[in-house]
Design a protein around this ligand. Structure first.
Ligand code: NDP
Ligand code: 8X3
Length: 333
């Protein structure tokens, strides 16, 4: 196969029946935007352009301000008015930890945030601090119908979602697989996998249609590095990792970006939840360490969504300096 740039290139699925499913699949060098294809012959290689310059400063902002911008020249189907509007983020799990810090960081930089969690009362401080920029919403991501009705019923100023942060998640238990109650596994699968899928499936089509958007998934180092008791939690995060990469594959040719952020040890309510309210045991996890903070993760999320529109940060793996890799375990008799 010869791509428009003249390079010879072998389809990566050449040996598979799957090739038939990807007739338009092209390597990076000659990738063409689906939207950019409107009015194009397909002979010209699509080139991502730098983000359009900011059109309007959002209120209440200083350095690091986020602007809504046409994500790629000729691809954004939004009107000039929409391009000038304030960016909107939909963030799950904003009642504590990373989600609360991410919502705060976005709002501080002038974005509107649909701030969701089950414990809606915990969203009051965010609402008080940022007023109209925050829409607090009670949402259990495991409930598909609830996700559907909330996304469908968003007020106009929060309905055009530019950034989805799939953050809601949890780990339950640190027992070995042969001891963990099956209900704990079900809760992790329902939240970390199915909840993330419901939000993504509902919000993604709008992003594709508008020719702009960013899905940020909060994975974990547990996706890659197995540890005792990590059984289903790590497996759910491995799902998040692979799903994020597969989304990128499906979204090639659109301007929609996907990032998987994989933190290591971070102090939030995470361990209290894992140990079902045992605060002493939770505190012991962080004893003598300087773990990541929720603000460290919010920094990373803010950074990925403020890269120029042609840049996709695929994965960020981040740990505190006090955490590192160790050798594989060997059992000796
Ligand atoms: P927290 O326990 O502090 O926050 C978890 C958030 O998820 C809460 O706001 C909680 O809100 C929400 N949540 C849980 N279940 C549901 C649900 N069914 N529906 C809606 N929201 C839900 O933990 P973190 O901030 O640390 O965790 C955030 C994400 O980061 C998780 O996906 C976690 O797996 C991941 N992570 C955490 C690390 C850590 O060491 N802390 C490291 C790597 C990844 P509410 O209970 O009010 O619904
Ligand atoms: C949370 C980090 O190491 O507890 O995802 O699994 S870890």
């Amino acid at each position: 196969m010869t791509c428009p740039s003249g390079l010879t290139w072998k389809h990566p699925f050449a040996d598979y029946a799957a090739a038939a499913l990807y007739p338009t699949f092209t390597p990076f060098a000659c990738s063409r935007s689906l939207n950019a294809n409107a009015g194009r012959t397909g002979a010209q290689p699509y080139r991502a352009t730098r983000a359009d310059p900011p059109t309007r400063r959002t209120p209440n902002v200083g350095r690091g301000t986020i602007y809504c911008r046409a994500s790629m020249k000729n691809t954004c189907t939004a009107t000039a008015d929409a391009e000038k509007s304030i960016m909107v983020a939909f963030v799950t799990g904003t009642s504590s930890g990373f989600g609360a810090a991410i919502a705060r960081r976005f709002a501080k930089n002038g974005m509107r945030v649909v701030a969701t969690a089950r414990r809606i009362e915990k969203l009051t401080p965010l609402k008080q601090e940022f007023g109209d920029l925050i829409l607090p919403v009670a949402l259990d991501v495991r409930d598909r119908l609830q996700v559907e009705s909330i996304v469908a019923g968003l007020p106009a100023e929060f309905s055009v979602i530019d950034v989805l942060v799939n953050n809601a998640g949890l780990s339950l238990n640190l027992e070995p697989a042969y001891k963990v109650p099956i209900e704990d596994w079900e809760t992790m699968v329902d939240t970390n996998i199915k909840g993330l899928l419901y939000c993504t499936r509902l919000i993604l089509p709008g992003m594709v249609a508008r020719g702009r958007g960013h899905v940020v998934n909060i994975g974990s180092v547990a996706a890659m590095y197995a540890y005792p008791g990590g059984n289903v939690y790590g497996a759910t995060k491995a799902f998040v990792k692979q799903f994020s990469h597969n989304l990128r594959a499906d979204l090639l040719g659109t301007a929609v970006r996907v990032t998987d952020i994989e933190p290591g040890l971070a102090e939030t309510e995470f361990s209290v939840v894992r140990f079902k309210g045992d605060e002493q045991r939770a505190a012991s996890i962080y004893k003598g360490t300087q773990p990541l903070t929720a603000d460290d993760i919010a920094d990373a999320v803010h950074w990925v969504v403020t890269r120029p529109a042609h840049v996709n940060i695929d994965t960020i793996s981040m740990m505190p300096v006090c955490q590192a890799f160790s050798p594989l375990a060997i059992y000796r008799q």
